[in-house]
Design a protein around this ligand. Sequence first.
Ligand SMILES: [Zn+2]
Length: 186
Amino acid sequence: MKHNREYEIAWQGLKTGIHTIQYDINDKFMLDREVDEGFKDWNVRVILTFDKKTNFFLLHFDIDGNVTVPCDRCGDDFRMQLWDEFDLVMKLAGEDVEEIEDDDEVVFIPRGETVIDISPWLFEFVMLSVPLQRIHPDNPDGTSGCNPKALQLLNKLSEPGDEAPKNDLWKGLEALKQKSNKRKTK
Ligand SMILES: [Zn+2]
């Protein structure tokens, strides 16, 4: 991966205390890091609060923005709002830190490393801020915001009566599989 100074924090030069850094994340940043999920037009602002303590750093990522994603139900693209926050603790290797709570995500930084590249976490947290279920929000009148033609088709497919042949097919396949397994064991 490319070396990018924009996302490096030279922690040794920082005073102890809180530092706030803003990152504007776009397609260039996200697509360079191999996203292959059909997400595009990334427009995300990440505010990183970097709290430098003596032997460790507390990082808080505030994510706010939007991205175009394909709808899980109808397949059409729509604009999805992103909003999330993440905490991360960075600890200098070889130091004991009592203040850290068990459920915090802790990363170890070798002492000799004078700069920390934040880009892998930016990428990870922005990806994690995309909800697992991505479906068109409803219209203001309460109807589905999905493509009406796709919805009609989906409704037809899910009508009862269509399921029975599918089940029979599965049973047939299972029977076949068992037969061939028996043959193998002989
Ligand atoms: Zn949809």
